[in-house]
Design a protein around this ligand. Sequence first.
Ligand code: ATP
Ligand code: MG
Length: 473
Amino acid sequence: LIPEVFDYVARPFRRLINYFNQTMEIRFHEYPDGVRFRRNKAYADIEAYLSSKCTAQATLLKAELIKKSRSIVYTVDAGEQITDSLNGVKVRWESWSIAPKTKCISKYPAPANKYYSITFPMKHKNYVLDQYLKHVVQQGKAIRSKNRQRRLFTNIPSENWWDYTSNLWSHVVFDHPATFETVAIDPKTKEEIMAELQRFTAGKDYYAKIGKAWKRGYLLYGPPGTGKSSLIAAIANFMGYDVYDIELTAVNDNTELRALLTDISSKSVVVIEDIDCSLDLTGQRSKQAKKDEDDDLVEEKKDKEKDDEDNKSKVTLSGLLNFIDGLWSSSGGERIIIFTTNHKEKLDPALIRRGRMDRHIELSYCKFEAFKILTKNYLDIDSHDLFDRIGQLLDEVNMTPADVVEHLMPKTPDGDAQTSLESLIQALEIAKEAQKLAAVKEEEKKQGTKEAERKKELKKRSPAPKKTSIKSG
Ligand SMILES: Nc1ncnc2c1ncn2[C@@H]1O[C@H](COP(=O)(O)OP(=O)(O)OP(=O)(O)O)[C@@H](O)[C@H]1O
Ligand SMILES: [Mg+2]
């Protein structure tokens, strides 16, 4: 009770002090109406903002381990003060906590009355209200979204009967360790992507200013094992977004697709992997559906086929494109959509035309630059005597980063960089031989077909023997 009395008694004094100092005070209560379930969002943002400032200033901090985000978060404990300034305007924040008023014992005791108060010179009232607080809330939001536990959603229904939260998407914790530091791609491309994404976070206002919809679309293409999925994870981690992985083959029709896409929250990366395999680009049914059909009993199918004709799996390219465009314009939320494919040339130009996908990123075989990033990550070395040889070999041989890292990982607990690199060289040399052999075979095959063609040509030219027919009469 004492803090409450103190607050009550102190109130007129504070008013007096504010009056004489020409200062103004604003309070942000955690539960503005004293109702447990209605938490003030601004309070949470301010808390996050102050926690980023507090470690340097406050003498009493509250530490908390945020679930699974693997980081300890410090907040200002009650009674502590923090000064902050923006563009020369100084403000003072204070954290307060007052015990709840209720005396009866309840199953749901009323929450402690906690609030942050900000005090600032009266003459800066407009600046603080219009700009400073906006800045605080924005920064706080960004910090909160970074700290929150992120999720990976898929549209394969959950098998857990207790997971009734959403019957469209099921989710697991998104905990992929890939970052822009760990993915080995062309450094220039990487920098460009990061700069773009940073601009993207700058937000709606910026995009409105330059007259563009607030969106980003990427097409990642390249052979298997070149880091497409890793790059997606890195982007999601960089942005602090959730990931929605759409398995198109599991979507029955455009209606279902629309339901799925409209159920995606803001701040998310929407991923459609292997777009060439999951969407039949003639605009009709998915290949998976066709394959399933072949596998099933043909007879049983036949009579059903007629009735099913109209409601068969019909995710069409145009449907997908419409929804994607709609997704951008309707919701206004921050979303990044990423398609991946192993065969860019197979894709319909409509899907990948510039403007729809902002950038096409090729992920390719491991070259020396990428290799250096991998050795830095896996072996923690920047240079080695064997690097020159490996650089040469990588120029001549196509090896995916996935295969390279296979060799970089130590095979035994006491394996060192030397052994790893030697093993890689060996593999590269074997691959080089194989590549040569394949080239020779290819050449032979070409010669063979040429020979066959020549023979065919000759055959055509020489007159065919006349057929004689005997008419019976
Ligand atoms: N560019 C890269 N940088 C770092 N690691 C990579 C890279 N490419 C591949 N790897 C490694 O290889 C593994 C497989 O890569 P990833 O799943 O990202 O390939 P992908 O391009 O998505 O392949 P797919 O087309 O088969 O889906 C990753 O777990 C990672 O360890
Ligand atoms: Mg992949």
